[in-house]
Design a protein around this ligand. Structure first.
Ligand code: INI
Length: 157
């Protein structure tokens, strides 16, 4: 039996994190969780982590695609928060962001880890940004690390 199962240390990896300014007060906690995992668990060097701020979740697919095309990174972590409002606007933003990013992700040779919260209210977002229900930014960073190593193992198998 051949078993392919990757670890999460990637000391030579170059990683980009895209993060939105919309709902920044939540996103800084997601970013903090992602950076903590990359540095402390992944052993990724600080100089090999690039953080890119964008206006809102709607802008994430375009920048994700630009970073994939640049061929400079081994993985991309995408961070944002869409909170339900009183109009339908949030729904379009959330669905365009997630479908745009997933279509880039499947056509990409590098992992694109998804940490866009889509919640009913601010409380649910706070719960997922380092409190009751963990930190979705940290989880996405961990996934990115594992996926980098998994792709490498598959290539060398
Ligand atoms: N952007 C977000 O990141 N989260 C939201 O909850 C949100 N809502 O609900 O409006 C949001 N809107 C802005 C959008 O992402 C674009 O930046 C804007 O439409 C300009 O293209």
């Amino acid at each position: 039996m051949n078993l392919i199962e990757a670890g999460v240390a990637a000391p030579d990896a170059n990683i980009a994190i895209i993060v939105t300014r919309f709902n920044k007060f939540i996103n800084v906690s997601l970013l903090d969780g992602a950076l903590d995992v990359l540095k402390r668990i992944g052993q990724v060097k600080s100089e090999n982590i690039t953080v890119i701020w964008v206006p809102g979740a709607y802008e994430l697919p375009l920048i994700t695609r630009a970073l994939v095309k640049s061929s400079k990174y081994d993985a991309i972590v995408v961070i944002g928060t869409v909170i339900r409002g009183h109009t339908m606007h949030f729904k379009y933003v959330a669905s365009e962001a997630s479908s745009g990013i997933s279509s880039i992700a499947i056509n990409s040779d590098i992992p694109v880890a998804f940490s866009i919260l889509t919640t009913k209210n601010i409380e649910q977002s706070i719960e997922r940004a380092g409190t009751k229900i963990g930190n979705k930014g940290a989880e996405a960073a961990l996934t990115a690390l594992e996926m980098i190593n998994l792709l490498k193992m598959i290539k060398n198998h």
